[in-house]
Design a protein around this ligand. Structure first.
Ligand code: PLP
Length: 388
């Protein structure tokens, strides 16, 4: 079968190689500590599961959903933003239900860009952004996120042609993979940059619930004028351990929201209505489960980072997300170091270059195992005597 040029352009999933290596090692009977992936390890809170069970019993949910999702979910998303971020949203015009935010992120260039037009992506960044580039057959350029600038883009460094040509830009804080966070001032700068250069902004707020040291992550929409230039994507995958359920939403600029709704009218009949009702239970229900989850990740971060520092590994503590971004010792590339840890310590991590050129020199660790296992991983690494 001859595939279309579009399909042939889809990037190879960098991390599928890691998954294969880890699975092979496990099948050989090795006790692999897998810190390489980003799949939440805790179950969905029981009140949300119960809401799904009850909704699934109701024959009304067995029918096609309204194309653009049930109004209750859009209202719950708007109420959630009001409560959490003091942001006012029109549930009908400023909220779009998504089949997970990955879907929204991949759809958006199809909605806003013509073939060959330019979008700007973070480097390092979430690899799936590149799927959108291939499917929409657009061009992309990256902007570096470097430690000296707290893993934020420096708007003074964008070239004239980038500013003139780019129509769309993706940002993501708390950041995957670096664990960095953005301030309100940074988002104010972003809005000014977007207005000046007529670039639509998409803020991927996947780790929006997960901020440490008493710092609640800032929503892009909290900033004056943000709705004029862009949207934010929010997923329930991480906040409520619902990664397998596939539910999220986009909020903000009404024209962009309409574009998403329009393309989705042609791709889906929205989500299983019972999942939508369970999402309402998550957003409108007691948020204690979220507080407990964040405390759990913070304890894990503290345990892991302290243990690394004790063995002489100079590691910065992430300020949000459930990742730690660690510099690698000299003499290795990121990929070599990740392979070395897997071969010699039975510890799997994600090589930083899988997230882009500026990820070279780092590895990413997911805090998605108990503290005992995290400590065991550091103990095994200590035995390799890589750090003074
Ligand atoms: N954005 C980032 C930065 C992510 O890390 C992820 C998932 O790992 C997603 C988006 C996609 O989340 P979902 O499709 O589950 O909503």
């Amino acid at each position: 079968m001859e595939y279309s040029e579009r399909l042939k352009k889809l990037p190879v999933q960098f991390f599928s190689t890691l998954v294969n290596k880890v699975n092979k090692a496990i099948s050989e009977g090795r006790d692999i500590i897998n810190l390489g992936q980003g799949n939440p390890d805790q179950p969905t809170p029981s009140h949300i599961v119960k809401a799904l069970q009850e909704a699934a019993e109701d024959p009304q949910t067995h029918k096609y959903s309204l194309f653009r999702g049930i109004p209750e979910l859009k209202e719950a998303a708007a109420a959630f933003y009001k409560l959490q971020y003091h942001v006012d949203l029109d549930p009908d015009k400023e909220v779009a239900i998504l089949f997970g935010t990955k879907t929204g992120l991949v759809e958006l260039p199809l909605c806003l860009l013509n073939e060959g037009e330019l979008m700007l992506l973070p480097d390092p960044g979430y690899p799936d952004y590149l799927s959108s580039v291939a499917l929409a057959n657009v061009r992309y350029e990256t902007f570096p996120l470097v430690e000296e600038n707290h893993f934020l883009p420096n708007y003074h460094d964008f070239t004239v042609s980038q500013k003139e040509q780019a129509k769309l830009m993706y940002l993501n804080y708390p950041n995957n993979p670096t664990g960095a966070s953005a301030s309100k001032e940074f988002f104010e700068e972003t809005v000014a940059f977007a207005k000046e250069n007529d670039i639509a902004i998409v803020h991927d707020f996947a780790y929006g619930a997960i901020g440490f040291d008493g710092q609640k992550p800032v929503s892009f929409l909290e900033v004056e004028g943000a709705k004029d230039v862009g949207i934010e994507m929010y997923t329930l995958s991480k906040t409520y351990n619902m990664a397998g359920w596939r539910v999220g939403f986009a909020v903000g600029n009404a024209e962009i929201i309409e574009a998403i709704n329009l393309i989705q009218d042609h791709l889906y009949c929205s989500l299983f209505p019972a999942v939508q009702r369970a999402a309402v239970a998550a957003l409108a229900g007691d948020q204690t489960c979220v507080e407990e989850l964040v405390q759990r990740y913070e304890r894990r971060r503290n345990t892991f980072v302290s243990a690394c520092r004790e063995i002489g590994w100079d590691v910065k503590a992430s300020s949000g997300s459930f990742f730690v971004w660690l510099p690698i010792p000299q003499g290795f590339t990121s990929e070599e170091f990740a392979d070395y840890l897997l071969d010699k310590a039975d510890v799997a991590v994600a090589a930083g270059n899988g997230f882009g050129r500026h990820g070279e020199g780092y590895i990413r660790v997911g805090l998605l195992l108990d503290e005992d296992r995290l400590l065991e991983a550091v103990n095994r690494i200590e035995k390799l005597k890589l750090f003074k």
